[in-house]
Design a protein around this ligand. Structure first.
Ligand SMILES: Cc1ncc(COP(=O)(O)O)c(C=O)c1O
Length: 381
């Protein structure tokens, strides 16, 4: 088979060469908490990484904590805020229904702690409706979780507008900015959130490293207790090499004009070949995401065949049995169960050019037509 085309950057992005090079010397390092020279060197590397990350985020050095990834960051933020609100003076937590599972699954923990969790409806564009959100923002709410860009569709939410409204009644704002970090600058200023979750492996960094921005003065209790690392908010010996790699990825562009052209080509060609775009026209969307459905084509069969045809892509969340569930994002956006099982996500990034997009589009259309039994002998290019 000819060239494989990787279009699953939103799941994980290829490790950048610059990141690998920066990480290698730190694969063996002292414990950053040790007092000796080896420990101090490791601590210095983490400090440098924190400086770089906080500069990219636009926050103070001490407002940025390292974690094992965005899943941990989201739990540390949401559950940590709930634990710190000891007297349950604010009993409600609002979570947008199209959030990543790492946010949605805090619901059961919150409920065990005595909170009432309200899932906020999203519109057909997979974004929460501002008016409906505003109506829920009352003085008994502790925290609202609204992601910046949806990981499946790439739709971008105006988190700052929600944050302004939330802050009027003292509600904390948590935003999962995993998909926008390094694609949209100055997230702290742009989002106005109190807590922001980030992940290294979505930006060309290594898996197993993440960060949590905690606005100065925000009350949190540790979700992972231990040896007092990360301002006593996240115990455990730091993964020095991964943290160094995360910081090395921060200034490397994930997407550029070429990525956008490639995404636009892909989307146009797929729609011309029988696909239906998931998002309504005009929805603000990341340059890296193309989300479509081929009516009548189940995404699981499509992904298996696409893999054989040399295209790596994804759909809704994979469940533990290895088979695909209908996308909770599409269900929340009002798509039927069968439509939600047709969703396909193609995500692009650094290194994917317009010719890759055209090649991939042809393979994707051919695969869909083979499943539908409408395959034509050749494609016009
Ligand atoms: C929007 C979003 N949030 C959270 C996560 C979880 O990130 P991590 O793999 O670093 O735990 C992901 C990754 O799939 C994501 O896309």
């Amino acid at each position: 088979m000819s060239k494989r085309i990787y279009l699953d950057y939103a799941a994980t992005s290829p490790l950048r060469a610059e990141v690998r090079k920066a990480m290698l010397p730190w694969l063996e390092s002292g414990n950053p908490s040790s007092l000796h020279v080896d420990g101090r060197r490791a601590k210095g590397a983490i400090d440098q990484a924190r400086e770089r990350l906080s500069a990219a985020l636009g926050c103070e050095f001490g407002e940025c904590l390292f974690t094992s990834g965005a899943t941990e960051s989201a739990n540390a933020a949401i559950v940590g805020a709930a634990l710190a609100n000891e007297d349950l003076s604010r009993r409600r937590v609002l979570i947008s229904a199209a959030e990543h599972h790492c946010v949605l699954h805090t619901q059961s923990i919150l409920e065990r702690l005595g909170y009432q969790v309200k899932l906020l409806p999203v519109g057909g564009d997979t974004r929460p409706d501002f008016e409906k959100v505003a109506a829920e923002l009352t003085a008994d709410v502790l925290l609202i979780a609204v992601m910046h860009a949806n990981n499946e569709t790439g739709a971008i939410t105006d988190v700052a507008a929600i944050a302004d409204k939330a802050h009027e009644v003292g509600v904390l704002v948590f935003s999962d900015a995993v998909q926008t970090f390094t694609k949209i600058p100055n997230l702290v200023k742009n989002l106005k959130a109190d807590l922001i979750a980030l992940s290294a492996h979505k930006i060309g960094g290594p898996q197993g490293a993440g960060a949590l921005y905690v606005k100065a003065g925000t009350k949190l209790k540790p979700f992972v207790g231990g040896g007092g690392q990360e301002r006593e908010l996240r115990g455990g010996t730091e993964n020095v090499a991964a943290i160094v790699g995360f910081a090395a990825a921060v200034n490397l562009p994930m997407s550029d004009v070429m990525t956008k052209t490639a995404r636009d080509n892909l989307q146009k060609r797929l729609v011309a070949g029988g696909a239906v775009a998931t998002l309504p026209p005009g929805t603000p969307t990341l340059n890296t995401h193309c989300h479509v459905r081929f009516p009548g084509v189940d995404s699981e069969s499509m992904l298996i065949r696409l893999d054989r045809a040399g295209v790596s892509a994804s759909a809704g969340a994979a469940c533990s049995s290895g088979s695909l569930e209908a996308s909770h994002v599409l269900l929340a956006a009002g798509f039927s169960e069968s439509e939600a099982k047709e969703g396909l996500r193609f995500t692009l990034g650094h290194g994917i050019g317009p010719s890759d997009a055209i090649l991939a589009a042809d393979r994707i259309i051919q695969t869909a037509q083979a499943i539908l039994g409408t395959e034509k002998p050749r494609f016009a290019r």
